[in-house]
Design a protein around this ligand. Structure first.
Ligand SMILES: CC(C)(COP(=O)(O)OP(=O)(O)OC[C@H]1O[C@@H](n2cnc3c(N)ncnc32)[C@H](O)[C@@H]1O)[C@@H](O)C(=O)NCCC(=O)NCCS
Ligand SMILES: Nc1ncnc2c1ncn2[C@@H]1O[C@H](COP(=O)(O)OP(=O)(O)OP(=O)(O)O)[C@@H](O)[C@H]1O
Length: 197
């Protein structure tokens, strides 16, 4: 079974593309969601987060205080690296066991904004990058999250340049004004034929 990575910076449209692949009956592992779930439920992660960032990292209901952690890590590269070191190995193991459930499918996808940034891309047979112009991405995220330009740019600064991702990818989906559905259908057809060969 092929393992495919789906990546792209904040606001490029990864979630939208992931939904289309799901509609094409392809299992998709959303790393962001899984990471958040594991940060709330995995005791090793919880203990290490508390050890490094204090008890305030969880709120009074014992849920991760995302705003608190975001404020720390997206301004301090060392803190971001520490969180990545704590969380990513657990997500990696979780993905490996998740894949076992889908061995009958032609391929599976992991969606993550930071596949190249973290070196995780190496475990995938093929990588798809979704890309869009910076201004369009900023406007879409401000509208989606009711956030500010500054906060979106802060996250962008912590992610690899789009051009590097594009260069390292097998397939690129352009999501400015282009139609995305035909692009996804074409890539899906390639991947299905690859899985048969
Ligand atoms: C700091 C947290 C709690 C903020 O949560 P919040 O709901 O505000 O943002 P969300 O998770 O939706 O992230 C929005 C975007 O920020 C960017 N982002 C998230 N984590 C990272 C990271 N480790 N490095 C760079 N960019 C990141 C991505 O573009 C992501 O799509 C959360 O981002 C987090 O826990 N990150 C660390 C875990 C992680 O690396 N997750 C990514 C997939 S494994
Ligand atoms: N082609 C498009 N036209 C209009 N709006 C779009 C388009 N593609 C995505 N969007 C909107 O832009 C926003 C960002 O898209 P999406 O959530 O898919 O991005 P993402 O890459 O998953 O972002 P993040 O990294 O923050 O998770 C969403 O509100 C989505 O509905």
């Amino acid at each position: 079974m092929l393992k495919v990575g789906l990546t792209g910076g904040i606001g490029t449209g990864k979630s939208l593309i992931a939904k289309i692949f799901t509609l094409l009956d392809i299992p998709v592992y959303i790393a962001d969601l899984k990471a958040k779930k594991l940060m709330n439920t995995n005791s090793d992660i919880r203990e290490q987060l508390i050890q490094h960032f204090g008890i305030q990292v969880f709120d009074s209901d014992s849920n991760l205080d995302r705003g608190y952690l975001a404020k720390i890590i997206f301004n301090q590269p060392e803190a971001l690296q520490k969180v990545n070191e704590i969380v990513h190995p657990v997500v990696r193991a979780d993905f490996a066991s998740w894949c076992l459930k889908y061995s009958k499918y032609p391929y599976v996808i992991q969606e993550s904004a930071i596949l190249f940034d973290t070196g995780l891309y190496k475990i995938f047979d093929k990588i798809i990058t979704v890309t869009a112009d910076k201004e369009i991405r900023i406007k879409r995220i401000i509208k989606r999250d009711l956030t500010t330009r500054e906060l979106v740019e802060e996250r962008m600064k912590n992610q690899l340049e789009e051009s590097i991702k594009i260069e390292k990818s097998d397939y690129v989906i352009f999501n400015n004004l282009e139609l995305v559905l035909p692009q996804v259908i074409k890539i899906d057809a390639f991947l299905r034929s690859l899985s048969k060969s």
